[in-house]
Design a protein around this ligand. Structure first.
Ligand code: PGA
Length: 240
């Protein structure tokens, strides 16, 4: 793991963003694994600024998101489809047909999970996968468990994740299920970039970096990835 501790979320946004900028410059057809949540928002703003400056072209880039809520209309303000369009896609020139998210409303969820895995297998894994991390060490919606997950699957969210994310939803409206790339899928990425800021992530950072590799802290698997870059601010690093 390449651990980089920076002073501010703004510095992290630029440093992590530069990895994506370089990749797209080198390979205009780059396959980007993207993430939702608060952690990547500033980095997306940096990518948008590079696009607006005329420095970056996303017209051939393809994106693959980590996860999506189940039983939430795609047009809902809290769907990850909407999140990605509001925070990134509507502000750059990525083509809609190059945008991929798992469908949390599929009638046949098993078939949907296999479709998503095939899509990722066909490209040989994304070139870079962006990750946030839950306070419980989850990546994507892979919650602490007795075994590491493999391919894309439908997951019942833990109380901790429901508590963290319900701030975005009206009372009682937070979905309890999601569809997510499995840990095995995430590990097929050629490179991984994880962003963690704030003291609430400090325990997860310690478990991920200093702890043993265990499915009880799903992010700890990144210790075994050949090219994982971890960006954190001083608050997130305070318990290392
Ligand atoms: P956050 O979520 O970026 O909103 O903190 C990260 C996560 O739960 O994976």
């Amino acid at each position: 793991m390449d651990v980089r501790i920076l002073n501010t979320p703004e510095q992290i946004a630029v440093a992590a963003g530069e990895i994506f900028v370089r990749l797209v410059k080198e390979n205009p057809k780059a396959k980007l694994g993207l993430a939702t949540g608060a952690s990547p928002v500033k980095m997306y703003q940096y990518l948008i600024s590079q696009y607006e400056n005329g420095y970056l072209d996303f017209s051939e880039v393809a994106s693959y998101n980590l996860d999506e809520y189940c039983d939430l209309p795609r047009a809902d303000k809290n769907s990850y489809y909407t999140f990605m369009h509001e925070n990134l896609f509507s502000q750059i020139n990525i083509k809609e047909e190059h945008v991929h998210l798992p469908n949390g409303n599929a009638a046949d969820m098993d078939a949907e999970c296999r479709r998503y895995d095939r899509l990722l297998a066909d490209i040989g894994g994304v070139d870079v996968q962006l990750l946030g991390i839950g306070t419980n060490g989850h990546i994507g919606f892979n919650e602490p468990a007795d075994a590491f997950t493999e391919g894309t699957y439908k997951v019942k969210l833990t109380d901790s994740t429901i508590r963290s994310n319900s701030i975005y939803f009206d009372e009682g409206k937070m979905p309890h299920y999601a569809v997510t790339m499995g840990v095995g899928t995430i590990m097929t990425a050629k490179k991984i970039v994880l962003i963690a800021t704030g003291e609430s992530k400090a325990d997860a950072m310690r478990a991920m970096i200093r702890g043993e590799v265990t499915p009880h802290c799903p992010a700890s698997i990144l210790q075994t990835h050949p090219d994982a870059v971890i960006f954190m601010d001083k608050a997130a690093a305070s318990k290392l």
